[in-house]
Each structure stands twice: as C-alpha cells, then as structure tokens.
Design a protein around this ligand. Structure first.
Ligand code: GSH
Length: 221
C-alpha cells in the first residue's frame, strides 16, 4: 500500500493525490508538515513534501513519484500511448512547474501566508512569470484537456498549480495573469473542477487549509 505524505494545502501533494485517485490506486494519506522535516529527511532529502512510502522505501519529488506510479500501475495510464505524445506531455509538465509554478511560488509568502515580499521580487516574478505563461500557452491545448483530447497526468498537475498562480497574481498584482497570458485557462479550470476526484480533492484542500490556519505556524510555502 502506498502512503502519501504531505498535507492537503500543497499543490504538489494534490497533484499526486489526483493521480492516485484517477488511476484508482489504493493509498493512505498521512499528514506530514514541512516544518517537521527533521523527522523525515531520510525519506525526502530536502525536507519537502510530498513524498511517498512504498513497500521498498520512500520516494521524493512529485514528478519522479508520478512516473513511478505510471510504471507500477500501467493498467490505467495517465500518460499518452505513443512515444512522442508521452514526451510532449512531460514537456508541458516541466514547463509548467519550472517556468510557471516555481516562479510564482516566490509570491506565496505574501499571497497566502501573511508575509511580505520585496518590490524587487514582485517585479522580477512578474516578468519571468509572463514569459513562463507565454511559453506554456504555446504548449497548452485546452481541447478540452491541457494536452489535447485525452485526460493526462498534466491535468492532475495543472489544476492546483494554475489555481495558485491565479490566486497569487490576483492578490499581489490585482490582475489575473492567467487571463492575460494563458487564453482558455479560466474555462479549462472551471471544466476540470466538475470532475469528481477534482471536486473532492478541492474540498479536502479547504479542510486542510482551515486546520493549517488553526496551527498558527510561520510557513512560507
Ligand atoms: N519539486 C518538488 C516541489 C515540492 C514543494 O515545493 N513542496 C513544498 C510544499 S508545496 C514544500 O515542501 N515546501 C517546504 C520547503 O521547501 O521547505 C516536487 O515536485 O515535489
């Protein structure tokens, strides 16, 4: 049995939770917070969540875990069948995470966790995020899924990543940078939100958020 470790506020955690649910893989969730990292550095060497525990040991980094789940449970694939389409799907996820989510993440301290980011950071992020979103818009299909006609792992990644990017840019810049740079994203997110596993995972996120707030910890994302 796979144990998913992390907490339901995390977009990377929810990416994997969606993959597990959509692939119908049995799993358990064990709430684990990044600030408890001293207790799990052997499992996730940088102290990040999510990570999983398997019969053979622990595994960190959400994309590595996603690929492991694909290899371990090929019966309900979340990557396209043909070699090139599989690579295109991975390409999209990599651009999304490296050039969009990871850039916007620098805003989260202020957008979500009551901290402050400098004007220099805000300006730098705005420029880099615009470039990352423009790049993503050259790859995203939204017809109706992000890679095209098939539902894929990229949809599991995109849903929570893009939602945080949208929320963060609205809070920091007073403008939805998805609307400005990623045409079709708003309709896509509304469409995906109707999917049963997406809906339940969003509801779980709301509950996890209120538990997180009740803890009153200093956390920056
Ligand atoms: N590249 C990592 C990113 C994971 C990540 O950034 N996790 C955040 C929570 S969403 C975290 O653990 N933050 C605490 C920290 O970086 O110390 C992955 O794909 O798993």
């Amino acid at each position: 049995m796979i144990i998913l470790r992390g907490f339901g506020v995390s977009n990377y955690y929810n990416k994997l939770k969606l993959c597990l649910l959509e692939k119908n893989i049995p799993f358990q969730e064990k709430t684990t917070y990044p600030w408890e990292r001293d207790s799990f550095l052997q499992s996730s060497p940088l102290g990040r969540i999510p990570f999983i525990e398997t019969e053979q040991g622990a595994l960190s980094e959400s994309q590595v875990i996603l690929e492991y789940l694909e290899d371990r449970h090929p019966e309900r694939p979340l990557l396209p069948k043909t070699l090139f389409a599989r690579a295109k799907c991975r390409e999209l996820i990599q651009h999304l995470e490296l050039n969009v989510e990871w850039v916007a993440r620098r805003l989260y301290r202020q957008a979500f966790f009551g901290g402050v980011v400098s004007e220099e950071t805000r300006n730098d992020v705005r420029e880099k995020l615009a470039a990352g979103l423009n790049a993503l818009s050259r790859l995203a299909r939204f017809s109706p899924y992000i890679c095209g006609a098939e539902f894929t792992a990229a949809d599991c990644a995109a849903f929570f990543h893009l939602d945080y990017v949208r929320q963060a840019t609205l809070k920091i810049y007073g403008a939805d940078m998805l609307d400005e740079h990623l045409s079709g994203a708003a309709d896509y997110l509304a469409f995906m939100a109707e999917r049963p596993h997406f809906r339940t995972t969003m509801a779980d996120r709301t509950k996890a958020l209120s538990v997180f707030h009740s803890l009153g910890v200093d956390y920056a994302g």
